[in-house]
Design a protein around this ligand. Structure first.
Ligand code: FEO
Length: 165
């Protein structure tokens, strides 16, 4: 049976991952309206990944005898100052998610839930990749400065392979 405190914090994370998915979908939509097809595809792929993270949590909670709660989500921002500002927000958001995952590890340790602690390590590793991926893109954008993003938009999907499986 899933420890109540662990169940609670995992359910909080269901909302966080679902919100992440919607946030990246909002970014995908914005990029689409700006004519950045590659960036939009990257964000769509990212939104799908976040949805999978949410489903993974829901599956685990229910499988362990808990009850997953499907929450309402806040509306993500629909406007971004620039592509760079948007990716800065991605990095900031992923750093925030990493902190949340670490908090889950802490609760697992406090509650001596070694099973969930072991299971959540997948997310710990995933967060290293997510932060690295956003950092990598920001490095490229910083190199480009204020230049045109045509090539960047064309090549961004290839950058997914560098850090994700
Ligand atoms: Fe599922 Fe990007 O955190």
């Amino acid at each position: 049976m899933l420890n109540k405190k662990v169940e609670q914090i995992l359910n909080v994370q269901v909302e966080k991952e679902g919100y992440s998915s919607n946030l990246y979908l909002a970014m995908a939509s914005w990029a689409e309206t700006m004519g950045y097809e590659g960036i939009s595809n990257w964000m769509h792929a990212q939104a799908e990944e976040e949805r999978e993270h949410m489903l993974k949590l829901i599956g685990y909670i229910n499988e362990r005898g808990g009850k997953a709660v499907i929450p309402a989500f806040d509306q993500p921002p629909g406007e971004y100052k620039s592509v760079k500002a948007m990716f800065e927000q991605v990095l900031e958001h992923e750093q925030y998610v990493s902190k949340l995952i670490n908090d889950i590890v802490e609760v697992c340790e406090q509650e001596k839930d070694y099973t969930t602690n072991n299971w959540i390590q997948w997310f710990v590793t995933e967060q290293i990749e997510e932060e690295a991926s956003a950092n990598n893109i920001l490095d490229k954008l910083n190199m480009l400065g204020d230049g045109p993003l045509y090539m960047f938009d064309r090549d961004i999907m290839n950058m997914r392979g560098e850090h994700e499986e």
